[in-house]
Design a protein around this ligand. Sequence first.
Ligand SMILES: Cc1cc2nc3c(=O)[nH]c(=O)nc-3n(C[C@H](O)[C@H](O)[C@H](O)COP(=O)(O)O)c2cc1C
Length: 214
Amino acid sequence: MAFVNNDFGDVLLHRESVRDFDPSVKIPRAELQQMIAETITAPSACNLQAWHFVVVDDDAGKDKLRSYFMKFNTPQLESCSAMVQIFGDTLAFKSYRDLWNKAYENGQITAEKRDEVLRTFLPLYEKAPKQVLVNDSTVDGTIAATQLMLIARAHGYETNPIGGYDTTKAAAAFGLDPDRYVPVMAIAIGKPAKNGQDEMKSARYPVDQVIEFA
Ligand SMILES: Cc1cc2nc3c(=O)[nH]c(=O)nc-3n(C[C@H](O)[C@H](O)[C@H](O)COP(=O)(O)O)c2cc1C
């Protein structure tokens, strides 16, 4: 994999939120698509992959974001090269059968294994209360968000995860069914403006305050 930054320690441990990007930087759509393709290698519960990505990289898309973002996130919204609004897909299980059929057709699993997986997991989702579907897809979307932030660094970009927006308006802003798609977070991506990275260093609690061995 030809990453711009292939130093895992640096990618992982030197990530920090950037809120002031260089607005002149354009990320080619092919690269944005590639970053999402690398993002969706992330794990998900039962491999349901209950995530959906809306990638905004132009002013028309930013207008939609402006309609529901909180004011304090304006600098990132206006300066980033792309904003990826991540949703959880509460109806992802509807295509679950196709996924496993394809794996069977590709010779990745036997018909028996496919049937066993579908017998075991599909009813769990088909009968699940809405709140379970919301929680599960939010967890999947959150894992994808983390992976996207690291993948973006591997591509030489910085990010800011954003939850400061009107969650009741996010799906409808993009013509998505709000009953189906639950907003998880948005990820601003770009190159830092000069000094964009230095304005706020975040602190962490000492590890012994957040850990216990049981
Ligand atoms: C779910 C989530 C929502 C966040 N929402 C915002 C936001 O709306 N605006 C913002 O500037 N930063 C937001 N952040 C970034 C956090 O403030 C930041 O990750 C935290 O302070 C740690 O700093 P670091 O990312 O530089 O390590 C969010 C982070 C997460 C994980």
